[in-house]
Design a protein. Structure first.
Length: 229
């Protein structure tokens, strides 16, 4: 059952929208102010759709949209009495998926909802991975310990290799697959290149390099990354 977050401060309109969404089979979480919505961003981020009024008490719908977009690509349908072309453009540039001007036809709203709920969510790409007691940030390339102290800064290739391992944690990855995925067909590194990168990872992450827990060799094939957290 699709979950929709509704943020609208006009009580009569809010209740009308909520009732009709529930009649369509949706689960609805209701917020009437910008502050309420900001305090419950996790619900919006995990929802199937957010219906968001722009002119709200305390915090505007535009600011809420920007906050949601920091962690989620959930479809956002703006509702607004401001219907000029520039208003629509601003809403879409802030991260809105669609825009509906008040007063609107209820049937049009429900049609937009059905379309947006069917739209596949963009899979969120992992931005961090924890290896042993260290956290690797795929955006900044930094490796930090449990005290958040900088331990190392990785290269772009090291980050790409860790991304590959993270995406296939627990699976055996051949050296050829690693070379194709990270270095591509237009470069000519040897399988020894991969081995050297693994040696570097073991120095950084393993407690006992001779008996690695996280970056394991699979004889004659390649490597397996064990994710423990």
């Amino acid at each position: 059952m699709p979950h929709i977050v509704l943020v609208e401060d006009e009580t009569s309109l809010h209740e009308l929208i909520k009732l009709n969404l529930e009649l369509e089979g949706h689960t609805v979480s209701s917020f009437f102010t910008g502050n309420e919505a900001m305090k419950n961003l996790d619900q919006s981020a995990k929802a199937d759709l957010v219906i968001l009024d722009i002119m709200l008490p305390n915090v505007s719908g535009l600011d809420i949209c920007v906050a949601i977009r920091k962690n989620s690509e959930v479809p956002i349908l703006f509702l607004s009495a401001k219907g000029t072309t520039s208003d629509r453009i601003i809403g879409l540039k802030k991260g809105g998926t669609d825009y509906l001007v008040k007063p609107f036809d209820l049937e049009e709203l429900l049609l937009k909802v059905s379309i947006l709920v069917r739209t596949p969510k963009v899979k969120q790409e992992q931005t961090k991975v924890v290896v042993n007691d260290k956290t690797v940030d795929f955006v900044t390339f930094e490796v930090r310990d449990t005290a958040n102290q900088l331990v190392a800064t990785l290269t772009k290739k090291e980050i790409e290799l860790l991304r590959l391992f993270d995406s296939k944690a627990g699976q055996v990855i051949s050296r050829n697959e690693i070379l194709d995925s990270v270095w591509g067909q237009d470069q000519f590194p040897s399988s020894r290149t991969v081995d050297n990168f693994i040696v570097g990872f073991r120095k950084l992450f393993e407690v006992d390099q001779r008996n690695p827990q996280f970056f394991q060799s699979i004889r004659g094939v390649g490597y397996k990354f064990i994710k423990v957290n």
